[in-house]
Write a protein that binds this ligand. Structure first.
Ligand code: TXA
Ligand code: MG
Length: 342
């Protein structure tokens, strides 16, 4: 199915109506959000939620994010909405921020929330997603629409690569904009805690609520993450990725060494550097000077390496600032935390 992003026309698109009807019948359907494609299902239905977990091969202890079109829906789903959560919604919804609140018992499938007393809510900033959510009038559980462990999908083709034959359909809204998943913030604590870095930066959050904590697992690999999903390996391409903290000249020397050993070497780089290297496969994620473009192209490049025949991948690193924090979080996971300094 294919639709364009013209907001006014969207409600009359048969694809939107069809997707909404399927969701109301407790089928699972993928659709674009501004971050990545989500695999949606009725969050009130155990049957629908089971289909999501089955299609993705997702561990049952990893709760799903609940997507809504209107803040009013929270009245029947959340136990309470602290002031700081309200302020974050005012500032960033619709947008790439998932807010964890105390769950109102019995309002959602227990499977969707993995039995936790809390639940993550998000209002996505994408016309197709919002149109579908509004037409169903349901809270829609939607994890990223990839097979568990693979990079999140930023195009309908990525979804199909992973889930063809396992889901009722995918609404094609073109490539997503942000490219990394939403920031997850726990607002059940007095000082909210960022559990997953994402599309909304820590700096932006501090501007709104003044103070925010970081889950210790984000800078200490030994600490147990509070977000169940953060403990799983993720995003890894088929060939092992190593992050290299260096400059193009020194990295080229390493590439030469590896090629001399007979290895086919891939380089995960940026537009600024892609013509500097000599290697077997060179893929750019985006412009280093515009980190948003790197976020947008990151998963596409990781997936693209699986269609190339390389033995190892060497990747550049980025500063831990702004969306660079989310980019590095995903790259470190994709690399299994292999990182060298030259
Ligand atoms: O951008 C996004 O957030 C995308 C789009 C489709 O909206 N969705 C997404 O969902 O990335 P998923 O399931 O791939 O990641 C959800 C993350 C997981 O790490 C999960 O453990 C965490 O959110 N999470 C969900 N509910 C939680 C809760 N109650 N407490 C702590 N972490 C939670
Ligand atoms: Mg995911």
């Amino acid at each position: 199915w294919s639709v364009d992003n013209n907001v006014d026309k969207l409600n009359s698109y048969p694809q939107i109506a069809q997707a909404s009807d399927l969701l109301k019948e407790n089928e699972v359907v993928a659709f674009p959000t501004e971050t990545v494609y989500g695999l949606g299902g009725n969050a009130k239905s155990d049957v629908a939620v089971e289909k999501i977990f089955a299609a993705k091969g997702r561990p049952a202890d990893n709760p799903l994010i609940i997507h809504i079109a209107k803040r009013m829906q929270l009245q029947e789903l959340a136990e309470e909405i602290p002031l700081k959560a309200e302020q974050l919604m005012d500032a960033f919804w619709p947008g790439p921020l998932t807010i964890i609140l105390k769950k109102k018992r019995g309002s959602l499938s227990e499977l969707a929330t993995a039995g936790l007393p809390t639940v993550g809510f998000r209002m996505p900033d994408h016309p197709v997603a919002l149109a579908i959510l509004a037409q169903t009038e349901l809270p829609i559980a939607a994890p990223s629409a990839n097979s568990s462990g693979r990079p999140s999908p930023t195009t309908a083709n990525h979804v199909w690569e992973d889930l063809e034959g396992k889901i009722a359909g995918v609404v094609d809204g073109g490539a997503t904009g942000v490219g990394v998943e939403s920031t997850v913030i726990d607002c059940t604590e007095e000082i909210p805690v960022i559990l997953r870095p994402g599309g909304v930066t820590r700096e932006q959050i501090i501007e709104v609520i003044g103070e925010v904590q970081l889950d210790p697992s984000l800078h200490n690999q030994q600490a147990k993450p509070k977000s169940p999903g953060m403990k799983y390996t993720h995003y890894a391409p088929d060939a092992p990725l190593t992050l290299v903290d260096s400059n193009p000249l020194k990295l080229q020397r390493l590439i030469n060494e590896k090629r001399a050993e007979g290895l086919r070497v891939g380089v995960l780089t940026t537009d600024e550097n892609k013509d500097v290297y000599e290697a077997d496969v060179i893929l750019s994620m985006g412009k280093r000077e515009m980190l948003d473009t790197v976020a947008a192209g990151l998963y596409h490049a990781l997936r693209a390496f699986n269609h190339e025949n390389v033995d190892i991948i060497l990747g550049e690193v980025f500063p831990y600032e702004g969306v660079g924090v989310a980019i590095m979080n995903r790259l470190e996971k994709a690399a299994g935390h292999r990182r060298i300094q030259l």
